[in-house]
Write a protein that binds this ligand. Sequence first.
Ligand code: GLC
Length: 681
Amino acid sequence: MIKKYVFGNPIETGATVQKIPESLSKISVMQMEKTEDKVVLFYNMEKEDIVYGLGEQVRGINKRGFSYISYATDDPIHTEGKHSLYGIHNFLIVSGKWTFGIFIDDPGKVIFDVGETSMETLKITAGKDCVIYTIEAESLKGIVKQFRQLVGRSYIPPKWAFGYQQSRWGYENQKDIKDVISGYKDHKIPLEAVYLDIDYMEHYKDFTVDKEKFSDFPKFVNELKEQNIHLVPIIDAGVKIEEGYSVYEEGVENNYFCKEEDGKDFTAAVWPGKVHFPDMLNTKAREWFGGKYELLTKQGIDGFWNDMNEPAIFYSEENLKKVLEEIIAMKDENLDIHSFFHLKDLVGSLSNSSIDYAAFYHNMDGLKICHKDVHNLYGFYMTKAAAEAFEKIEPKKRILLFSRSSYIGMHRYGGIWTGDNHAWWQQLLLSIQQMPSLNMCGILYTGSDIGGFGGDTTKDLLLRWLEFGIFTPLMRNHSAAGTRKQEVYQFGDTKDFRNIIRIRYALIPYLYSEFMKAALEDEMYFRPLAFDYPEDTSAKRVEDQLMVGESIMIAPVYIQNAYGRYIYLPEEMLMVRMKSPEEKQFEVWEKGDHYIEIALNEVVFFIKKNHMLPLAILDDMVNTTADLDESRYEWIGFAEERAEYTLYRDDGISKTYTPQKDWKSYVFSEEDFADKYQILG
Ligand code: GLC
């Protein structure tokens, strides 16, 4: 059951789609205190209680023991002491003696102190104007389902977006892209898309393509399309200030940019230097900005990533002036402990400053509102701008779209990637732990920068990351300029990489089917074990294994130099060990804890009892999803008596999704699995 409580005079954020009548009684699941400028909620947690949720955040699946601040932040160091990342997802579930979900629909700053200040106390501090939803249901899955129905169906990408994708900040021109494609082709490794980072633009101007780097862009895009390879350009939030640049000029002329208090266009700086920010919260400005994507779709582009949309600010004109004056005044000073550190802090304080976020305004269709109060909506509305435009430009076709910043509600328009992580082993674990939390909040099309964005990756880290990444809907290798080259063919012998990426392609029928079922049924694709085994107290404590779809459990290796790991099996399961789509071994393991060896070139996962999954039968020439033969599958399963699987299929590109009545159910008996655990069907 969902209850809705309204405090003060909240703005309509667009997070929800279901109309719920306002409850006039007191919030029943938590205690509440209201002050002049805040709504504060308290809950006394039992020792055993687990808190799930909060989407893209640091730390574990169980969020207890730390404070999380909902304030979208461009911070590339995702260590455990950080309180905010790029996406804001104010939904959590307390699971224990009393189990409930709570969603705080407040686009300003919200603080979740999940037992940090006092280990037993969950304290949520929201602004005075907010809407709070509480959800109670029989099970964790039931709470999630109700929440997801409240916020609406998740974004569905084209099927090709489940292929393997390569990105890097620093592919400068057509030749660089061609080299990447040849790198993969030469080693017979499938590749579905190559990303265009900011380098493709003319001086970092949105919706432009540098002609010196790409002499005939539409021709190039279409040449690649013929090979079923997609080019996916980045779009940044800030619009360069430059006379003669039409996007800038139209924005100024029509008052489409965010303004300062006195009505002047707000100026900040990002990649191109000084920019204005389109007022994404204004319907007209949003339509205008969204319409610009057509400049690229017209040239054959069918996928985009929206970036720097917290929005990230390097500095603002005002702030820079003040800081420089202070620094110049220090010129002849003898800087001591205080003044020297103050100097260092001054420079650091220039970026993403709360002073700047308080200095500009939106015109929300007539309502003037300070950015700081709706900060967390900016990335959401930038992505909505694009998605709404696609409805007009290509109403029948799915376009790939994902964003860095987000808020609940944006999950209906696009996916997210988890931003600028590092080539550190602990960030692989973080990525594993973020996935179910994101899925709870409706973000299904997601994944991390495989191999790590910042810092130099290593061959073993990249292999292990790919072994997890083959299960994430977005499977993209991306790295920062200046780091060691990270395409898989840069590490000597490519055999293991090729095998792992081919395993991904073999798994696509299952992964796509599970993704689509989760999207269409408002369910989770990645789940913590406790969601499937609620009575199992050991399963509840597992922080590094996940259920993926209806049939399997994964337990990725995320520690360097480990050639295996302890794995908890919540029931007897069939272990599948794969070195390639063709080389498989099967072994049944009892319920309980086991140490299982997993070599650096192996993918291991577990099939639940009486479950199975289809694998695509790959020939040597599978380069993209378009080459997958789905006329027959190889089934692998664990049938005690019979194994069953419901397969979802569609054309992967149109928006007419197959209704549930047409999903195909496959049932095989134990005898069918004559060749032990495999059937060619
Ligand atoms: C941001 C993005 C990153 C991108 C870079 C350059 O840091 O998060 O993915 O490569 O900007 O555009």
